[in-house]
Design a protein around this ligand. Structure first.
Ligand SMILES: C[S@@+](CC[C@H](N)C(=O)[O-])C[C@H]1O[C@@H](n2cnc3c(N)ncnc32)[C@H](O)[C@@H]1O
Length: 235
């Protein structure tokens, strides 16, 4: 069901929902802030993963800053677009892989950083499973951006602007369902804390971007525990 959306049902409008030039100002500002934060974090790194690479929106900004950029997605239509973009770069690989099966495809800690941005987490079936998989293949940090709770009206305007048809809104939990079967959740920091904890991750840093999006850096819980043990053993 969910795949129909990213397989083109809502993308007759030339992927407007993933192309910043069509965005309202708040979303334009969000993608600009996100870009700067991510570049600052990952520049000079060896291997970066984007889980749910979509049409490859961020490839031109991140690929030149790292040794290897791997983008994975499970929607053919998205992969066609990102593969086109990737042709311009020697260090970009685009693959059809389900995020839930990352550990079958990559070794433990293969990537320095993993990105799961533009609310990809809010589209998946099981966020804990997805974060657990990302944690397995990532050595340093997982960077996520998700819709912030408290922005229903802005989201309605946004979907109207980019031509996405909404079937139902769960106003209490701020979850949108599109006619073509996409589920898109929103989160507050506590929601993410709970999901992260279940995946054995902790929030390292967070920031609200343009009042519409939560930017969060996650790292493994055990890294912190080991640090505490190290400090204690030095006392
Ligand atoms: C909201 S889009 C974000 C695209 C891109 N990250 C961006 O920032 O423009 C979410 C993407 O994640 C992909 N996706 C969702 N669930 C997935 C899964 N389980 N495995 C792989 N890709 C998935 C979708 O096909 C879609 O391209």
């Amino acid at each position: 069901m969910q795949n129909k959306f990213f397989e083109g049902k809502d993308f007759n409008n030339k992927f407007k929902a993933l192309i910043p030039k069509y965005y309202p100002l708040e979303y334009k500002n969000y993608v600009e802030e996100e870009k700067k934060l991510i570049i600052n974090k990952v520049k000079g790194s060896n291997k970066i993963l984007e889980a749910g690479v979509g049409i490859g929106r961020i490839i031109p900004f991140i690929a030149p800053k790292v040794k290897l950029f791997v983008g994975i997605d499970n929607a053919n239509l998205m992969l066609e677009e990102s593969k086109q973009i990737s042709k311009k770069y020697k260090n970009v690989e685009i693959k059809k892989i389900d995020i839930e099966k990352l550990d079958k495809n990559y070794l433990k800690d293969y990537f320095d950083y993993s990105l799961c941005i533009w609310n990809t987490l809010g589209n998946v079936k099981d966020e804990v499973k997805v974060l657990t998989q990302l944690s397995k293949v990532t050595s340093k940090e997982i960077i996520i951006t998700v819709y912030k709770k408290g922005t229903i009206e802005k989201r309605i305007n946004w979907y109207n602007t980019v031509g996405i048809e909404i079937k139902k809104i769960n106003k209490k939990d701020e979850i949108f369902y599109t006619k073509s079967g996409l589920k898109s959740k929103s989160y507050n920091l506590d929601d993410i804390k709970k999901i992260a904890k279940q995946a054995n991750l902790k929030i390292k840093t967070h920031k609200i971007l343009s009042n519409v999006i939560l930017y969060i850096e996650l790292s493994k819980e055990w890294t912190w525990q080991l640090n505490v043990i190290n400090v204690k053993s030095q006392l």
